[in-house]
Design a protein around this ligand. Structure first.
Ligand code: FAD
Length: 379
């Protein structure tokens, strides 16, 4: 009987295991996760769960009994410490080894840290610690105006904290959205009382505050580092798999070894639509990439070419983003101040779109991106 091992029990890993069973695979499926929690979704950790609005049980990908029902051997609190590609074996942190016929790596990413006492946000425990910290009130300094930094800022404000966000770029989300749309997020946060310090870097996290590059000290009761995440590629690199920014795969999510696959945050996969490899740290990529890798492991013809998709909720701004803005030369905004669709174009073609407080338009936006065509006139 064939054994398929999945390293990393997050969303991508759990969805891959589900797909293997749905597609009729009757061999052994082993899902190994370093965390003690069964697979869960991370988006609520910086939104509803952090704000105490969603129940704990709602964050999990499957109910607890599901794994036994599906005969999925879920090993929690177990870390894979090595992969022997030629022997088709993984080494576990309890000293044992396990053979596989096919291996899927879904080890995700880990938050970048800063020296000093700063909170990071990746796990349920991180979210619970932050929730308790925000509940105590006081002064919160958030380093980084990316998605995690901004969502944490919104949650801290809603909990009644004084919030300052420090960001070296001239607008929030500058790298992903550019200055035009970054300014929209800046305005939303300012309107809700967040003190944004843009164009300034944090030099050091000290015991009772943050020292800025300008020499100014911001006193803080709690500091959050929202400075990005790094893919967990060490296992793959040490095993000898090809690694760039993430684990390199083709469009079928196969790595440089024919029996090893990668999906989710850790994978840097060839994307036929963009004609290059992309590493996508978004929920939808784990949700769909895990199943695509599973089908590929089963020998099905797979071309994973989903348009990257992301969503966020901050204060009164809800939005969905599709595509990739890299190389854009024009932004067109259609709509009103907080109810609009923004399109990013390169040489007249739509490459990305973002709907803000406008719903049920993602399919249309993604069709437009896929078609490689111009923006149709407004009706
Ligand atoms: C707070 C937060 C909010 C987010 N909000 C959004 C959002 O609003 N919208 C959106 O699109 N995306 C969001 N994301 C991103 C999204 O959650 C990720 O893209 C998604 O979780 C990736 O899933 P994954 O399965 O690839 O990796 P992960 O969820 O990181 O799971 C990987 C798992 O592998 C385990 N692991 C790692 N190494 C080993 C090893 N050697 N042995 C065993 N296990 C190992 C890890 O412990 C981890 O549990 C958010 C992320 C965070 C952290």
């Amino acid at each position: 009987m064939a054994t398929f091992v999945i390293v990393g029990a997050g969303l991508a890993g759990a969805k891959a295991a589900q797909t293997l069973r749905e597609e009729g695979f009757d061999g052994e499926v082993v899902l190994i996760g370093a965390e003690e929690e069964r697979p869960y979704e991370r988006p609520p950790l910086s939104k509803g769960y952090l704000q105490g609005r969603s129940e704990r049980e709602k964050i999990f990908v499957h109910p607890p009994y599901w794994y036994a029902d599906q005969e999925i051997d879920l090993r929690l609190g177990v870390t894979v410490t090595g992969i022997a590609l030629d022997a088709h074996e993984v080494a576990l942190d309890d000293g044992s080894r396990m053979s596989y016929d096919k291996l899927l790596i879904t080890t995700g990413a880990s938050p970048r840290t800063l020296p000093g006492q700063a909170y990071t946000l990746r796990t349920v425990a991180d979210s619970e610690a932050l929730k308790a910290g925000f509940a105590a009130g006081g002064r919160v300094v958030i380093i980084g105006a990316g998605w995690i930094g901004l969502e944490s800022a919104a949650a801290a404000r809603e909990a009644g904290c004084e919030v300052t966000v420090v960001e070296p770029a001239p607008t929030p989300l500058h790298r992903v959205l550019g200055p035009e749309l970054g300014e929209v997020f800046a305005n939303v946060h300012r309107r809700h009382g967040v003190d944004l310090r843009l164009g300034v870097s944090a030099e050091e996290v000290e015991a009772d505050g943050v020292r800025l590059g300008t020499g100014e000290r911001l006193p803080a009761d709690l500091v959050v580092a929202g400075v990005g995440a790094a893919p967990n590629v060490n296992l793959a690199r040490e095993a000898g798999l090809e690694v760039g920014d993430g684990i390199l795969t083709d469009a079928a999510l196969r790595t440089s070894h024919p029996d090893v696959y990668a999906a989710g945050d850790v994978a840097e996969s060839y994307h036929p639509l963009y004609g290059r490899r992309l590493r996508v740290e978004h929920w939808a990529n784990a949700l769909n990439g895990g199943p695509a890798a599973a089908r590929s492991m089963l020998g099905q013809e797979v071309v994973y070419d989903r348009v990257p998709y992301f969503y966020t909720d901050q204060f009164d701004l809800g939005m969905e983003f599709s595509g990739d803005t890299r190389g854009y030369d024009q932004v067109v905004i259609r709509g009103e101040e907080l109810e609009f669709i923004a399109y990013w174009l390169r040489e007249g073609r739509v490459i990305a779109g973002m709907n803000v407080n406008v719903w049920d338009v993602v399919d249309d936006i993604q069709r437009l991106i896929r078609s490689g065509g111009p923006l149709p006139p407004q009706d």
